[in-house]
Write a protein of this length. Structure first.
Length: 280
């Protein structure tokens, strides 16, 4: 595999940590961002010059552009941008506070949008590159209790679909990653719940809440295997536009797409009936 420089947000835990460890072990350079600079001291001590670290909270729009500019200025060419930082906010829509909603959107959606925007001028100037956007099974499906999380994941997928077409002429490719449940300690560190309203205790929202609160259930997905596939995808002749990871993600997305397609096809005659006729 060709040695590359990767820029990854949120390398202190979860997929960002797994990806950084695998890349550094292979001899790649990693430019990583964290909110707590001490959280990756062990990686810095072990890999020294292969690891470049900067402080970044992706809700700080100005800082995103500053850090991306700094990384390119100090490291030169960066081959792969990985938009990974984010978290899950769960609960019925009316159980969430305005501040919770704003922070979720600022982190998952706007943070990812601005990271990609900040990177594009540099990638164009160097003649190309690749962007990996972490989404989720939640970017193609929807469950009660996940409305705001789904809003951010569906939103960033739409953004990336359009941007990938905009930048293809500049030799910039983009991949959306849709993992299912993985053993990244998501429930303890990356999932937040809104204040419980009693009225929702007899609805499906209750089941989602109980599932998230039950830390004894282990997800089926192996994050190390998932990250390996993501890293290796950059070497493929045709880099995939989407990577679905985990049997739970595949099954859920497959069913959701089939259901939407069936509903669409059932309305074909109705849709065509609203066109002007040839002689109008």
């Amino acid at each position: 595999m060709e040695q590359r420089t990767w820029f990854i947000t949120g390398i202190n835990s979860g997929f960002g940590r797994h990806m950084s460890e695998q890349l550094l072990k292979r001899g790649h350079k990693v430019a990583g961002t964290v909110r707590n600079m001490n959280s990756v001291d062990d990686l810095k001590e072990k890999y020294d010059n292969l690891l470049w670290v900067a402080h970044l909270d992706v809700t700080d729009t100005t800082a995103i552009y500053e850090v991306v500019n700094q990384a390119f200025n100090e490291l030169g060419k960066i081959d792969v941008i990985v938009s990974n930082a984010g978290y899950g906010l769960f609960g019925a829509a009316e159980e969430l506070t305005i501040d919770q909603i704003t922070h979720e959107i600022d982190t998952n959606l706007l943070g990812s949008i601005h990271l990609i925007r900040a990177s594009l001028p540099h990638l164009r100037a160097q003649g190309g590159g690749h962007i990996i956007q972490f989404s989720s099974v939640a970017g193609q499906t929807a469950y009660p209790g996940g409305s705001l999380y789904h809003a951010t994941k569906w939103g960033i997928e739409g953004f990336c679909e359009a941007v990938s077409q905009e930048v293809a002429p500049f030799n910039i490719s983009l991949t959306i990653v849709e993992p299912g449940g993985a053993r990244t300690n998501f429930k303890n560190h990356s999932a937040k719940l809104g204040e419980e309203l009693e009225v929702y205790s007899i609805t499906p929202v209750y089941n989602v809440r109980r599932m998230l609160e039950n830390t004894s259930m282990n997800p089926i997905g192996d994050p190390a295997k998932m990250v390996k596939i993501i890293i290796n995808s950059v070497d493929k002749q045709l880099i995939p536009k989407r990577i679905t990871l985990g049997s739970d993600s595949y099954n859920s997305i497959h069913q959701a797409l089939l259901s939407r397609l069936q509903e669409l096809e059932s309305q074909e005659e109705l849709a065509f009936s609203t066109d002007f006729t040839a002689n109008e």
